[in-house]
Structures are given as structure tokens and as C-alpha cells.
Design a protein around this ligand. Structure first.
Ligand SMILES: C=C(O[C@@H]1C=C(C(=O)O)C=C[C@H]1O)C(=O)O
Length: 275
């Protein structure tokens, strides 16, 4: 039995759509749906074998993980769903409260880097969780990700909207990698055949998902109260691959935030994938 993490946001549905639509067999797999920070913790603690995790979690603890090839959640220029929202221009936020979502790890670190190094400000960071309901009523500024961000765009409460993938692109002309898929090294050792079989099915599932945006948006956009057009435009600009540009970008990110890490993939010779 393999325990596999799935982010509870729309952004992960294309990759899992083969399984979700019943076109790819999911027997022997238990899917666990959570916010990214919770999945990071569960994979780190061995409560999951495989998961989509924050790229920051991978960089921080890469000695424990192998990357699943050609899978990520990345975006070039705009990502739409990782937003820094503010009621005042950024330079006025020095020593002011900035609320960070507990659901994220990567975007939190990216925002801190941008505010410190690019905008030269040090706010007071506070943490909120929408599930725990501890975000103040009228925050001056906040970081939001995933479906929460897609819902918040519509409230128009924040005149200053910064898309973090765009901020990154403006600096380095690279896509930004928010999440990757990883397997624990000990799970790979113990359950190699199961892991390889699941990986191959996951790639099939993603192929089906990438061809099904219309259907996905028809079925899922109303669940988060966005229109089908926004859903389609959103999914279309996400990158689900992990190619050289994305890897270069991850390396750049690890350098600028001072995390030393090695990129290790499931060994390719174990894969039986037909292209
Ligand atoms: C693009 C996104 O990327 C996400 C951001 C993450 C993070 O900040 O740690 C982790 C996983 C992704 O869901 C998003 O959630 O909108």
C-alpha cells in the first residue's frame, strides 16, 4: 500500500485527473488530501511515501527525498494563485504586520526574500490559517496561495497586488517552481516496484489531465466559486513539467535563500516508461 499526498487545491487536479476520472487504476494507493505545509510535514515524518511538496521542503531536506522526474507546479511570469496583497505600496510596510499563510512554505520564503532583498523592508511577520480563522478582519497586507488566492482576487479589497512568480521572473527571467513531487528514500528502498508503477501511472494521469482542462473546469470551478474561464486561463499558464529551466530556477532559489541542497531523482534506469 502506498500513501500519496495530494494538495487540496485546483492546481493539483490536472496531475491526478487520470485517477480522479477513473481512467487510471488507483488500487493499492491511498490519497491523502491536505494543504502543502501539512503534506510537507507528513512526508518528512514518514506518514506519506510520496507527495507533492513545497519546493522549499525539498531543498531543505533533499537528503531524505528523491524527486519524481518531470513533475512540478511552476509558472513563468504570472502564477495568479500566489499573491502578496496589500492595502498600501510595499515600501510603506516596513515594521508593519504582514500576514503569512500557514499553508505555504515556498511562497513564504520567496516573499521574505523579495521584501528583504529587493524592496529593502523588514515587516513584522505574523501567521494565519483560514481554517483556524485567525486572520484579522482588515489586515494591512497578506500572502495567500492556492484556491484561497483565487477566491481573494475577487474581493478587490487590496489595491496593491503582487504576483510572486512575476516578481521572480522580473529578477531572473526564469519560471518559478512552487512545488515538486518527491518520494522518501526509505520508501523507495522498501517499495521500489510499487513506487515505479505508481510514478508511471501518475505520468499517464497527468497526460489525461492536461487534455481535460475543459472538463476539469466544468467539474471543479464552481467548488471554489470561480468562473470556468478563470479556471482554464489559470491552469493553462501553470507548468507541470520539471525541465532544465525549472531546475535552474530551483537552484537559483536555493542559492538566494542560502539552502545547500542536492537534486536527486528516481534513477531513470528503473523506469519502464514508453514515450
Ligand atoms: C502555485 C501554487 O503553488 C503552491 C505553493 C506552495 C508553497 O508556497 O509552499 C506549495 C504548493 C503549491 O500549491 C499555489 O498554491 O497557488
Amino acid at each position: 500500500m502506498l500513501r500519496v499526498g495530494k494538495i487540496e487545491y485546483l492546481n493539483t487536479i490536472p496531475v491526478y485527473y487520470g485517477f480522479l476520472s477513473g481512467k487510471v487504476d488507483s488500487s493499492g494507493v491511498v490519497f491523502v488530501e491536505e494543504v502543502p505545509s501539512e503534506l510537507n510535514k507528513m512526508l518528512r515524518e514518514g506518514k506519506l511515501d510520496i507527495s507533492v511538496i513545497s519546493s522549499y521542503e525539498y531543498l531543505k531536506n533533499s537528503q531524505n527525498y528523491l524527486l519524481l522526474p518531470n513533475l512540478s507546479i511552476s509558472a513563468k511570469k504570472k502564477v495568479i494563485s500566489v499573491l502578496f496583497l496589500s492595502t498600501v505600496p510595499i515600501h510603506q510596510l516596513h515594521r508593519k504586520d504582514v500576514w503569512l499563510t500557514r499553508s505555504s512554505m515556498t511562497s513564504r520564503e520567496l516573499l521574505k526574500y523579495l521584501l528583504r532583498e529587493v524592496y529593502g523592508i523588514e515587516p513584522n511577520y505574523r501567521f494565519y490559517s483560514l481554517k483556524e480563522g485567525n486572520l484579522p478582519k482588515n489586515p494591512t497586507a497578506l500572502l495567500t496561495i492556492g484556491d484561497d488566492a483565487l477566491k481573494m482576487i475577487k474581493t478587490q479589497k487590496f489595491p496593491f497586488v503582487y504576483d510572486l512568480a512575476e516578481e521572480w521572473f522580473n529578477l531572473f527571467s526564469l519560471p518559478f517552481v512552487f512545488a515538486v513531487w518527491a518520494v522518501r528514500k526509505d520508501s523507495f528502498k522498501e517499495k521500489r516496484e510499487e513506487v515505479i508503477t505508481f510514478y508511471e501511472k501518475l505520468i499517464k494521469s497527468k497526460k489525461i489531465g492536461l487534455d481535460s482542462y475543459k472538463e476539469i473546469c466544468k467539474n471543479f470551478s464552481s467548488k471554489i466559486s470561480i468562473c470556468e474561464d478563470l479556471c482554464k486561463n489559470y491552469l493553462k499558464q501553470l507548468i507541470y513539467d520539471l525541465n532544465i529551466e525549472e531546475l535552474n530556477s530551483m537552484e537559483k532559489f536555493s542559492k538566494v535563500i542560502n539552502v545547500v541542497s542536492s537534486f536527486q531523482f528516481i534513477p531513470v534506469n528503473y523506469l519502464r516508461l514508453k514515450s
